[in-house]
Design a protein around this ligand. Structure first.
Ligand code: NAP
Length: 461
C-alpha cells in the first residue's frame, strides 16, 4: 500500500517545478536562439525590444514588449545586446534595481576596454545584481543543438544568490555552469572566446622555425653541395628525401623539448633548495605547452613512418637497387651478405618501430577522454616513464642509423655536421642530465625538496 502511494506521488506533476519568467533584452541572433532554448526548457520568455512588432523569427510562444514593460515581468533579465549600446539601460536603472541582470556580451579584441563589459554594466546599473554568463556559447550552437564541444558556461558575479539563479537556468538548458567567482573574473571570461589556440602558439612557431632551418640546411648539403662538387642534380630530393629527413629530426628534437623543461626545473629546485620559489616565466610557459609540443612531435613521427613505408615505391630507390644488381652482374661477382650491416639495419628499424609504438601510446594518453579515465599515478607513469623510454628508443634509432657514418669525413660537407647529428644534441643532453638526476645522491634531496623540504627555510621556528 505504502509503495503504491509513493509511486503515485512520484508520478504526480510537481507544481513547484514551474519555471520563472525570463526576460531577454534584444531580439538579435543570440537573443532569439537563447529564447528558443529557454522555451524548450519550460521557461516563459518575454523580450524587451525597441520594436514590439512580432517577427516570424521570434519564437511565437514569447511576448515582445518595450524594455521597461518586459523588465517588470521577470526577476532575471538577460542583456543580448552589444556593449556599445548599453547606454540605453541608464534610464531603466530604477526598474532593474534589485533584479538579476545577465551580461552575455563578447568583444572583438582581447582587453578591448579597460574594464570588462559586465563590470561596465554594473557601473551603469548600481542597484542591479550583475552576473556574467553564456558568452562562451554561440547562437548557432544553441539553435542547432551542436553543444557537445561548448557545454561549459563560465559564470561569475558578486551576488551569490543571483549567481545561483543563473546557474540553475544554465543547468535547466542542459549546459554545465562553471562558477568562476566574483565579477572580477569577467575580463578573463570575455577574453576566453577570443583566444586562438593559445597553448599552440609557441610549439607551432617553434616547429615552423626549426622546420624552415632544417629545410635550408638539407637543401644546402644534399642538393646544392652535390650539384656544385659532384655535378649531380638531386633537386627532386626536395619532394621526398628532405621531408623524410626533417620529419624524424623534428620528432626527436620536439620530443626532447617536452622533457627538457622538467630536467631544467629539477636543476633549479636543487640549486635553490626549495620548491616554493616560482620558476622563471619562460620555464612556466614552456612547461604548460609540453603536451602540444609532444603532439606536434608525434605528427612528425607519423609522417616519417608514412614516408618510410612509401620509400620503396620511389623511382630513385628502384633505380639505385637495379643499378646495384646490374653492376654485380656485369662484374660477375655477388656481394657477400654483411651480417654487421644486417644487424645494424634490423636493429635501427626495430628501435624505430618500438619508439613509434610507445610514442603513439604516450600521445593517446594525453587526450582528455583517455587521461580522464586514468588516475594521476597512471598518467604520470605513461607520460614520464614511457615518455622517457620513447625518447631513449628514438635516440638509439637515430644513433644506430648514423652508426659509423657519423665518423666518416664525407658526412661533413662544408665542414657542417649531418642533420641527424644535429638532431641528437638536445635528446642526448636531456638523457645524460636525467641519468645524472636519478643517481641516489641527487635523487634523494630532489625528492625531499619536492615533498616540501627546504634547505634554508624562510619560516623556521
Ligand atoms: P545582433 O544580432 O546584432 O543583435 C543585437 C540586438 O541588440 C539587436 O537585434 C537589437 O534588438 C538590439 N540593439 C541593437 N542596437 C541597439 C540599440 N542602439 N539600443 C538598444 N538595443 C539595440 O547581436 P547578437 O549576435 O544577438 O549578439 C548580442 C550579444 O550577445 C552581443 O553582446 C554578443 O557579443 C553576445 N554574444 C553573441 C553570440 C553569438 O553567437 N551571436 C555568442 C555569445 C555572445 P532589438 O531590435 O530587439 O532592440
Amino acid at each position: 500500500m505504502n509503495i503504491n502511494s509513493s509511486n503515485i506521488m512520484a508520478l504526480a506533476p510537481n507544481t513547484s517545478n514551474k519555471r520563472e519568467t525570463v526576460c531577454i533584452f534584444g531580439t538579435g541572433d543570440f537573443g532569439r536562439a537563447l529564447g528558443h532554448k529557454m522555451i524548450q526548457s519550460g521557461y516563459p520568455v518575454v523580450y524587451g525590444s525597441r520594436s514590439t512588432q512580432i517577427s516570424n523569427l521570434i519564437p511565437k510562444e514569447a511576448e515582445v514588449l518595450s524594455h521597461a514593460e518586459a523588465a517588470q515581468k521577470a526577476a532575471v533579465i538577460i542583456i543580448a545586446i552589444q556593449r556599445q549600446h548599453y547606454n540605453f539601460l541608464t534610464p531603466l536603472a530604477e526598474i532593474l534595481h534589485g533584479k538579476v541582470v545577465v551580461d552575455i556580451s563578447n568583444n572583438l579584441k582581447l582587453n578591448q576596454y579597460p574594464e570588462s563589459n559586465a563590470e561596465y554594466l554594473a557601473q551603469l546599473l548600481p542597484g542591479a545584481k550583475v552576473v556574467k554568463a553564456f558568452n562562451t556559447v554561440s547562437a548557432w550552437a544553441l539553435q542547432s543543438g551542436a553543444l557537445d564541444a561548448s557545454r561549459q558556461v563560465f559564470v561569475c558575479g558578486d551576488d551569490v544568490e543571483a549567481k545561483q539563479m543563473v546557474m540553475n537556468i544554465v543547468r535547466a538548458l542542459g549546459l554545465t555552469p562553471l562558477d568562476q567567482g566574483s565579477l572580477l573574473a569577467a575580463q578573463g571570461i570575455e577574453n576566453y572566446p577570443l583566444q586562438l589556440f593559445p597553448m599552440w602558439k609557441f610549439p607551432f612557431f617553434l616547429s615552423l622555425g626549426l622546420t624552415a632551418f632544417f629545410f635550408f640546411y638539407c637543401l644546402a648539403l644534399d642538393v646544392i653541395y652535390t650539384y656544385i662538387y659532384e655535378r649531380n642534380n638531386f633537386s627532386f630530393f626536395i619532394a621526398f628525401t628532405i621531408p623524410n629527413r626533417i620529419c624524424p629530426v623534428m620528432a626527436l628534437i620536439l620530443l626532447a623539448l617536452v622533457y627538457l623543461p622538467g630536467v631544467l626545473a629539477a636543476i633549479i629546485q636543487l640549486y635553490r633548495g626549495t620548491k616554493y620559489r616560482r620558476f622563471p616565466d619562460w620555464l612556466d610557459k614552456w612547461m604548460l605547452c609540453r603536451k602540444q609540443l609532444g603532439l606536434i612531435a608525434l605528427a612528425f613521427a607519423s609522417l616519417h613512418a608514412v614516408f618510410t613505408l612509401a620509400s620503396p615505391m620511389r623511382s630513385f630507390v628502384r633505380w639505385r637497387t637495379s643499378k646495384g644488381i646490374i653492376s654485380q652482374a656485369l662484374n660477375n661477382k655477388t656481394e657477400p651478405l654483411d651480417t654487421t650491416n644486417a644487424w645494424i639495419s634490423d636493429s635501427y628499424l626495430a628501435l624505430g618501430i618500438l619508439g613509434f609504438f610507445f610514442f603513439v601510446l604516450v600521445g593517446i594518453t594525453s587526450l582528455p577522454s583517455v587521461s580522464n579515465s586514468v588516475n594521476w599515478r597512471e598518467f604520470r607513469f605513461v607520460q614520464s616513464k614511457l615518455g622517457y623510454l620513447t625518447l631513449i628508443l628514438c635516440t638509439a634509432h637515430t644513433l644506430l642509423y648514423g652508426g659509423k657514418w657519423f665518423l666518416s669525413p664525407s658526412a661533413y660537407r662544408w665542414y657542417l655536421p649531418n642533420i641527424y647529428m644535429l638532431s641528437l644534441v638536445v635528446p642526448c643532453t636531456v638523457l645524460v642530465v636525467k641519468f645524472v638526476l636519478i643517481f641516489p645522491c641527487i635523487d634523494k634531496p630532489l625528492t625531499q625538496i619536492r615533498q616540501g623540504w627546504e634547505r634554508n627555510p624562510k619560516y623556521s621556528e
